[in-house]
Design a protein around this ligand. Sequence first.
Ligand SMILES: *Cc1c(COP(=O)(O)O)cnc(C)c1O
Length: 615
Amino acid sequence: MGSNNLYRVVDYVSGREVTPRGLVFTGRDGPWEVRMNLDLIASRINPDYLRSAPALVSKYLPFLPVKDYSNFVSLKEGGTPLIKSHKIGPELGTDLYFKVESKNPTGSFKDRGTAVEVTVAKELGASAIAVASTGNMAASCCCYAASQKIPCFVFVPEDVPESKLAQVISFGGKIVQVKGSYSDAARLAEEAAERLNFYLAGDYAFRVEGQKTAAYEVCEQLYFNPPDYLISSMGCGTNISAYAKGFNEFHELGFINQKPAIIGVQAEGAAAIVKSFESKSDTVLPLESVDTIASAIAVARPLDGLKALNAVRESGGFALSVSDREILEAQYRLSSEEGLFVEPSAAATVAALIKKSREYDFQGAKIVCVLSGDGLKDPASVLRVALKPAAVHASVDEFVELYESKFFDGRTVAFIENSEVLFESPPELEEIAHVIARHFDASYPEEYLDEIHLRVMQFFKKGKKVTFADFQDILQNTLESVRRRADVRFKVRDFDVRTAKDTPPDARVFVEVDGETVAGRARGVGPVDAVIKALRAALQNRIEFELKSYKVDIRSRGTDAVVYVEMKLNRNGLVSLGRGASPDIIQASIEAFESAYNGFYEHSEAGSLSGGLSQ
Ligand SMILES: *Cc1c(COP(=O)(O)O)cnc(C)c1O
């Protein structure tokens, strides 16, 4: 069932022919490989057709281990664009191209390999498919299995978040949560496949055959003049070895005269293969743990590590790692300068190119960076560093003012973790301006800086250091309130809340409204409720309102966490929104109340359509 005259299945290290265990095509202690009969391929292909037909995996059927072409399971994978870089490439003095593998049916290059795996599974009469994966591999296998109505079992460790499995769930994948680690899930998938005659899909021998077609396409798209360098990220190392195989086969078949040097990239927190490359080792040792934002290459035990190492070495290339920050910066540059939104594991290739060009001469080189997966696969990675968007009332004046404040001149992301402490001790005004320039690439007018400084100092008064997330909220709240300052008719001067066991809290407030100072007092079920009731008491006979919604969000952990409050007040069906942020929930609530309440004045002055009001 393994080999025939079209291909042989061999042990990768010894080169000896192997016999599959049922439909499991992998060794117990090392990877296997499919070796195609290139003489037979040469006799099967029509070079004219090959040169003229548009790229698509199915066009390369004669190169694939598929007996009957009519069995081929295809969703039109492959044929992905090779796009010339118009910004990053010229800036580095290189002829740079992106192989946009995110444009495959499920959003990653895995579909090329899956098309072949599911075809083989079908040809061998598999009753089901088993795969151990949490990500793109599982999504791809379930998709192709669904198209053939073959059940697909996905084995995952128990603690995997469901959000990662959304694609799998919608393709009807049968998820099995394994009480144990990822390795336990992988072993169970293998044993279940062996016992029940399921086809074991994953980073195994047949997958490489589908994925090597990407290398064929790169050659064709460059008119059979391959690049000097091809840069691919490495998780298990399967895809990079597939590229090497594709280039080798095209070379042996005489379609190309030279082969690219292959550069392999891993994340610093998951760099098993890079470590072996750097220490000139011939084995790839598993890591104890991995830590990177690039989830598709967060692999502790790279199954095809040795193949990847050889692909890099034999091609005269090298391997390097990049930090999460470098990855996120490259991801943002790809989106904002080239119009390509890819996931972190894909952006790692561009991060590596940018990093390496500082010490290595790529001048004039023709380079292809593989962009392995779509940005939509992992929006959370972007949102982790995204700056909050500005909020304005539906008033064009307000928008113009924000526009003129230079708010939009900055970036939309900052490459810093939200939990990182920005200010350990009370900063000077200049320090704040410096931080804004550095992290937000922006500069604000003096009046904004004064107000930001004031708010930062309030955090220190409460005994709280200011994290990046806190600072973002301070910035945003300031921008909103300074824009409105002309309209501030109401301000809470002071408050006092008494709470004790078994009695309702008692709040007193002193507010300034229309130049007059008034006081209010009330009890409530909790301290915030008491304060709101006291405010209502102080404001009676003025603008009548009702608390329409009150939302609290605590984004960091610990007892000194900052509390974000969003409050909506309702007045005769008109709703005004206010926000506040403080380590103190009462203070945050008061801030939110102030801005919401002032919104009513804007409304009454500006006529029925402006202000932060909606019907
Ligand atoms: C699977 C995957 C990788 C890693 O590929 P390997 O074959 O495991 O080395 C990189 N990027 C994306 C988007 C992937 O889905």
